[in-house]
Write a protein that binds this ligand. Structure first.
Ligand code: HEC
Ligand code: HEC
Ligand code: HEC
Ligand code: HEC
Length: 425
């Protein structure tokens, strides 16, 4: 049992013992002294579905400033946007910005539509509106406060339920409930079942302000038979360890139509990328940078406006970094530019692999199964590493060293593949 769960269980026990009246819906803690001590990890108390406080508005009066800051995630102008032909604002399309990805992601939905992420306020709306196909209701796992309710009501059947039908029953995007259940102001509560399962595989438990975010900002996959969301962390959360796990279970998210390569589609591994970084080692949590304490109207509170910390450099970074905000921002952007340049360079190599290897196969110039297998293996390794950095939302900032090393490894694999292709032309 993790330290965090222990603390939480004790808190809940105290709570249920001290105030048994007025929380009638809470399941009673086992009180029979005859009962042997539970060997199983006791579950965190989940409110009954009808008692779940799911809408953020319910906390508006009690926590007006936190609520206001939370609602700021709806402000379109605060996200990375571009003007449309009609003068409106639209999230930036990765397909336009990085045209190579149409080729790299060929055969998967991201080649058709892929926009920069927006604020938490839009999570539900955006997943419903994307043109990408949704395999099932599991896709709601990181978009709505109602997910735990659906999970309690439907159990494992939820994963197989139709995405659109289920999303009709959902009223809320991300809200207080996702990180606090019914108890904002107490210790963070983990509501995502896949993360509760995943975190048990880790050697060290992350800080609460990191776990709250890692519930969603992680790499995951849908288990083939069940549609269940699984975090691929059995071997660890480093990039090689996740790959070795996927290799062991022979997992492929899709087969590239030109090269026949079984590929891994990485999602948004902010937590995995961040782990082990300069700032992580200092004990800084995701929330410390993205939701810093701020002072407004003479009152200090934890901002809940999860957005780019470059908009609040003084509050997010100022207690450690003494340089002028503009200088620090320029420093961050300089590092991001370096990572981006390397990312684009690797994506050019991957395009060449896909085009030339694909052509050799189409022309039947390459029929040696061993060589084909070797090329597919190199393509898989290179594209997985490129994707890991590309889809990680900080453009390398969260862990500049890891991002660069990963892209350098991708480059080595891609180079080997290109040499084999050249020999066989
Ligand atoms: C994405 C996760 C997340 C969501 C959603 C969220 N919070 Fe929080 N909240 C946090 C984190 C992280 C902390 C800091 C706790 C820590 O570091 O131990 C926090 C702290 C708090 C605190 C402690 C008081 C303070 O100022 O430090 C209150 C109260 C609170 N949240 C209320 C709310 C309310 C109300 C909502 C909805 C409007 C909400 N939270 C939504 C993650 C979240
Ligand atoms: C319940 C799942 C969930 C949790 C928990 C969560 N996020 Fe998110 N986050 C999302 C989704 C989904 C999006 C993309 C929303 C969209 O594009 O519609 C997102 C987007 C973001 C963005 C991009 C906003 C922008 O400005 O473009 C930031 C920053 C962010 N999250 C930070 C955090 C931080 C920090 C935490 C923890 C305190 C956290 N998130 C917890 C699901 C989550
Ligand atoms: C040391 C401060 C710091 C910490 C800690 C941190 N981040 Fe970030 N994060 C940043 C910066 C800086 C960016 C780049 C913002 C930009 O380019 O505008 C960023 C970008 C992001 C984005 C994309 C936001 C956008 O507007 O595009 C998301 C999502 C995100 N971080 C989530 C997380 C999560 C989840 C964690 C914890 C695992 C985390 N961050 C930890 C500083 C931090
Ligand atoms: C808890 C203290 C602390 C906080 C908070 C913090 N930093 Fe740092 N940061 C450090 C230390 C210490 C280093 C390593 C020493 C150095 O290279 O200057 C560092 C390194 C960096 C670097 C050098 C690049 C790297 O990753 O090696 C950048 C850029 C940076 N921080 C930006 C930021 C930004 C932007 C924020 C706020 C969003 C932030 N930091 C928040 C302490 C902090």
């Amino acid at each position: 049992m993790t330290k965090y769960m222990k603390k939480l269980t004790i808190l809940i026990l105290i709570f249920t013992l001290l105030i048994p009246i007025g929380c009638a819906r809470r399941d009673e803690a086992p009180t029979n002294p005859q009962q042997p001590p539970e060997q199983e990890e006791p579950q965190v108390q989940i409110p009954a579905p009808e008692d779940m406080i799911l809408a953020a508005e319910n906390w508006k009066e009690e926590y007006p400033m936190i609520y206001e800051s939370f609602i700021r995630t709806s402000r379109v102008q605060d996200h990375k946007v571009e003007e449309t032909d009609l003068g409106g604002l639209h999230p930036i399309s990765y397909l336009k910005k990085y045209p190579n990805i149409k080729i790299l992601y060929e055969g998967v939905g991201f080649a058709k539509e892929y926009y920069v992420a927006r604020g938490h306020y839009y999570a539900l709306e955006d997943v419903i509106n994307t043109a990408r196909p949704k395999p099932g209701a599991s896709c709601l796992g990181c978009k709505t406060a109602d997910y735990e309710k659906l999970y309690v009501e439907n159990g494992q059947d939820l994963f197989k339920m139709d995405f659109y039908e289920t999303s009709q029953k959902v009223d809320n995007a991300i809200s207080c409930y996702n990180c606090h259940r019914n108890e904002p102001g107490t210790e963070i509560q983990i509501t995502a079942p896949h993360f509760a399962e995943g975190v048990r595989k880790l050697d060290n438990e992350p800080k609460p302000g990191t776990m709250a975010c890692a519930q969603c900002h992680v790499e995951y996959y849908f288990e083939k038979e069940t549609g269940k969301i699984v975090l691929p962390w059995d071997n660890g959360i480093e990039i090689d360890e996740i790959e070795s796990y996927f290799d062991e279970i022979e997992h492929a998210d899709w087969i590239h139509p030109r090269t026949g390569t079984p590929l891994i589609k990485v999602q948004h591994p902010e937590f995995e990328m961040y782990t082990g970084s300069v700032h992580d080692k200092l004990g800084t949590s995701c929330a410390d940078c993205h939701m810093p304490n701020v002072v407004e109207e003479g009152q200090e509170y934890r901002s809940h406006w999860a957005k780019s910390p470059l908009k609040t450099v003084s509050e997010s970074c100022g207690q450690c970094h003494k340089e002028e905000p503009d200088a620090l921002i320029a420093n961050v952007q300089g590092l991001q530019k370096e990572v981006e340049a390397l990312q684009v360079e690797v994506s050019d190599m991957l395009v060449k692999i896909i085009e030339d290897f694909g052509q050799l196969l189409e022309d039947r110039k390459l029929e040696d199964e061993e060589i084909i297998k070797e090329l597919r293996s190199l393509h898989r390794k290179a594209q997985y590493r490129w994707d890991f950095v590309f889809v990680e939302n900080s453009t390398g900032f969260h862990n500049v060293e890891k991002a660069k090393q990963t892209l350098e490894r991708a480059k080595e694999y891609a180079q080997q593949a290109l040499e084999i292709i050249a020999e066989n032309k």
